[in-house]
Design a protein around this ligand. Structure first.
Ligand code: ZN
Ligand code: ZN
Length: 297
């Protein structure tokens, strides 16, 4: 009887949500929830690049708002950069994996810093020492590692360090190079001993945790996660490798970082939301050249 304008407007407001299509509704939800960053993936590898749109879309709907795709050799850098240019919420690094150190030995600091001038390049690496596979001679790995660290120092961008079965050597190179002038970085896919974590933290480094933390035998890594202060933790997939439980053995992809993050949250005794907020803050503090072009973009 008294169907006033106000009443109609009120009813309309209540129902307004119903007029949003499913994409708008999902986007609204994503924007209000804290998002995760996958700090280390290989989008240019065929397992992921063959369905890049799908990979990015699934990451977004899982709440993974930003991705850092990692360079492993300069001869393949164009493909890495292409991924970062194609998607607003993807940044990339430039560098040579220790496996490739002997294949691409001529790299110098200037070459790396020049390539890093591109706005989408936010870090150097992955570089470091892999004495487990030793695909390149140790001396070549060490030389390449030092070149990356010098580039890092010069350009003021962090370095992504890969290290396996080389804890003491990695620590001593980092310490020695730090003595020549400061730089920042992260030990990615951390699987070393607690001692290296402590030394890296002392040097101001961050520690990135992959799906390995969910594996049954990773008790030592879980102890390390408990030790590392939350303000120095990052999470990553290292996809297409190392899918976390419950996807172990399958092709990994950035969306699955949610499983690792949930696991780490439990170890740290914080909610998943807090873990997301903190690790995302950490990511943008370390990779300060990366922009917050998140799921809303
Ligand atoms: Zn690696
Ligand atoms: Zn990697």
């Amino acid at each position: 009887m008294h169907a006033s304008g106000r009443g109609i407007a009120g009813a309309f407001q209540i129902d307004a949500e119903l007029f949003l299509d499913s994409t708008q509704r999902r986007r609204k939800k994503e924007m209000s929830a804290p998002y995760l960053v996958d700090s280390h993936c290989h989008l240019d590898f065929p397992e992921l690049s063959s369905d890049a749109n799908g990979v990015i879309a699934r990451a977004r709907s899982a709440g993974v708002g930003h991705l850092l795709t990692i360079s492993t050799k300069l001869t393949a850098f164009d493909g890495v950069l292409a991924m970062a240019e194609r998607f607003e919420n993807v940044s990339c690094s430039v560098g040579i994996h220790p496996h490739e150190a002997a294949v691409e030995p001529e790299t110098d600091v200037e070459r790396l810093t020049t390539l890093a001038k591109h706005p989408k390049v936010v870090a150097f690496g992955e570089t470091g020492l892999d004495f487990y596979y030793e695909h390149s001679p140790r001396a070549e790995q060490e030389k390449s590692f030092r070149v990356h660290l010098a580039a890092s120092r010069e350009a003021g961008l962090p370095t992504i360090v890969h290290t396996r079965d080389a804890d003491a050597e990695t620590a001593s190179i980092l310490k020695e190079e730090m003595g020549k002038g400061a730089f920042t970085g992260v030990i990615h896919c951390f699987s070393s001993g607690l001692e290296l974590a402590k030394q890296a933290l002392d040097l101001g480094f961050y520690i990135s945790i992959s799906g390995i933390v969910t594996f049954k035998k990773a008790e030592e890594l879980r102890e390390t996660v408990k030790y590392v202060p939350i303000e120095r933790l990052l999470v990553e997939t290292d996809s297409p490798y190392l899918a976390p439980i419950p996807h172990r053995g399958k092709t990994n992809e950035p969306a699955f970082v949610t499983h690792t993050a949930a696991f780490v949250a439990e170890l740290k005794g914080v909610t998943r939301e807090e873990l997301a907020v903190r690790t995302t803050e950490n990511f943008f503090r370390l990779f300060s050249k990366a922009t917050h072009k998140d799921v809303a973009a």
